[in-house]
Design a protein around this ligand. Structure first.
Ligand SMILES: *Cc1c(COP(=O)(O)O)cnc(C)c1O
Length: 383
C-alpha cells in the first residue's frame, strides 16, 4: 500500500534534519551530556551554555528577553502553568477569568479544573467565522477579572484572533493576558513585546522541533507572580523544577531559530500551496470553508463536505493523512466542539476535514490531494 501524503502538520511536524543534528550533540559520552545545573565541572558548564544559547534563540524568535523564558514539557504544561499559576495565586477579590469556547483542551480542561477550585470562568462564544466579538469580551470583564486567555491561532481552523486589540482591553482593565501560541510560531509574525502579552505558551513539535519540550514566556512585571506546579530543586527561577533536558532544549532553540529565519519564505510557500487547495475545493460542489476568509494562517484549511457520510469520507481518504476536526479529540466520533461553537450543524461539523501543510509539503502533494478529494467525494455521492 502507498504511503499516505502527510497533510497533518498542525497536529505535529517531523523534526528538521538540522535540528536532529544539533540534538545528537547533547546525548552521548562524546557529546555534551552534562547536567546544566552542575556548577563544579566543565561537563555542566558546557550543557549550561547550550541551554543559554537555546534560551536566547527562543527568546529572539518571539521578541522576548532570555530571562523571560521558562522551559516546560510542551504547550499543555505551559498552559497549565500560566493559568493555574496565575489564578491559584490570585487575591480573593480577583478570582474570575475569561477564555473562549474554541480554545485548546489544554486551556479548557485547566479552566474546568479551576472551576472546581472556586475560580469563576466565563467562556465566550465566537462568531460563526471563529473570531470573538471584542464587545463581548469587554462586557465580560468585571472588577474581579484577573486573567484573559485567548489563543493566537486556532489549531482546528487556523483562525487568528485580534491579539493587539485584546491586549489593549487587558491593559485598560489591569488584567493579565495569556496567549496559547502553539500554532503561531513560523506561521505569522508573532512578537510578545509588540503585542503586549504577559504570558505565552509554545511547543517545539509544532515547529519542526522534538516532542516533549515547550516554553512559557513570562513577562517581567512586578505584579506577575506564578504559583509553581512542579517543586524540587528550584530550576527555571523556581517556576519549573526538574533537570533541564539539554538535547530537547537545544533542539527547540534551533527549531525556533530556523522558524524565524525562514518565516518569509515559508509564508510564501504556504500561500502557494493554499491557493492550489482553495481552487481545487472551489471546483467541488457542496464544500464550505470553515472560519474567517482572511484572518487565518495560510497553512491550515478546514472545510466541510455536504451530502456525504463524514466517517466514510475520512476512511475513503486513506491516501491522505488529514484530520477530522482536532486530532486531540479523534478518539471519539463526537462532532468537533470548535466547529459546534462556531454554529455548524452536527452534520457539517462531523463532515469537516482539516488539511494542514508544512515545510516539506510540495506542490505535487497538494495537486494529488485535490484530485484525490474530488474523486472520493464524487464517488461517495454517486453511491
Ligand atoms: C498542540 C497544541 C497544544 C499542546 O501542545 P503540546 O506541546 O503537544 O502539549 C496546545 N495548544 C495548541 C493550540 C496546540 O496546537
Amino acid at each position: 500500500m502507498k504511503t499516505p501524503v502527510y497533510l497533518d502538520y498542525a497536529s505535529t511536524t517531523p523534526v528538521d534534519p538540522e535540528v536532529v543534528a544539533v540534538m545528537t550533540q547533547f546525548l552521548s559520552m562524546e557529546g555534551q551530556f552534562g547536567n546544566p545545573a552542575s556548577r563544579s565541572h566543565r561537563f555542566g558548564w558546557q550543557a549550561e551554555e547550550a541551554v543559554d544559547i537555546a534560551r536566547n534563540q527562543v527568546a529572539q524568535a518571539i521578541g522576548a528577553d532570555a530571562r523571560e523564558i521558562v522551559f516546560t514539557s510542551g504547550a499543555t504544561e505551559s498552559d497549565n502553568l500560566a493559568i493555574k499559576g496565575v489564578m491559584l495565586a490570585a487575591p480573593n477579590t480577583r478570582r474570575h477569568m475569561i477564555t473562549v469556547a474554541t480554545e485548546h483542551k489544554a486551556v479548557l480542561d485547566t479552566c474546568e479544573y479551576l472551576e472546581g477550585q472556586g475560580i469563576a470562568v466565563t467562556y465566550l462564544t465566537p462568531r460563526s467565522d471563529g473570531l470573538i466579538e471584542l464587545s463581548d469580551l469587554a462586557n465580560a470583564i468585571t472588577q474581579e477579572t484577573r486573567m484573559i486567555s485567548v489563543m493566537a491561532v486556532n489549531n482546528e481552523t487556523g483562525v487568528q484572533q485580534d491579539l493587539a486589540a485584546i491586549a489593549k482591553l487587558c491593559r485598560q482593565h489591569d488584567v493579565i493576558f495569556h496567549v496559547d501560541a502553539a500554532q503561531a510560531v513560523g506561521k505569522m509574525a508573532f512578537n510578545v513585546a509588540a503585542l503586549d502579552i504577559d504570558l505565552a505558551s509554545f511547543s517545539a513539535h509544532k515547529v519542526y522541533g522534538p516532542k516533549g519540550i515547550g516554553a512559557l514566556y513570562v513577562k517581567r512585571r512586578a505584579d506577575l507572580s506564578l504559583q509553581a506546579l512542579i517543586h524540587g530543586g528550584g530550576h527555571e527561577r523556581g517556576m519549573r523544577s526538574g533537570t533541564l533536558a539539554t538535547h530537547q532544549i537545544a533542539g527547540m532553540g534551533k527549531a525556533f531559530e530556523l522558524a524565524a529565519e525562514q518565516l518569509k519564505a515559508e509564508l510564501a510557500h504556504y500561500a502557494e500551496l493554499r491557493a492550489i487547495v482553495q481552487s481545487g475545493l472551489d471546483a467541488i460542489a457542496g464544500v464550505v470553508i470553515n472560519g474567517h476568509p482572511s484572518q487565518v494562517v495560510p497553512n491550515i484549511i478546514n472545510f466541510s463536505v455536504a451530502d456525504v457520510d463524514g466517517e466514510t469520507l475520512l476512511m475513503s481518504l486513506y491516501n491522505l493523512a488529514v484530520s477530522s476536526g482536532s486530532a486531540c479529540n479523534s478518539a471519539t466520533v463526537a462532532p468537533s466542539f470548535v466547529l459546534k461553537a462556531m454554529g455548524l450543524s452536527d452534520q457539517m461539523a462531523l463532515n469537516a476535514i482539516r488539511l494542514s501543510v508544512g515545510r516539506f509539503t510540495t506542490v505535487e502533494d497538494v495537486n494529488y490531494a485535490v484530485v484525490e478529494l474530488k474523486q472520493v467525494i464524487e464517488q461517495l455521492r454517486g453511491l
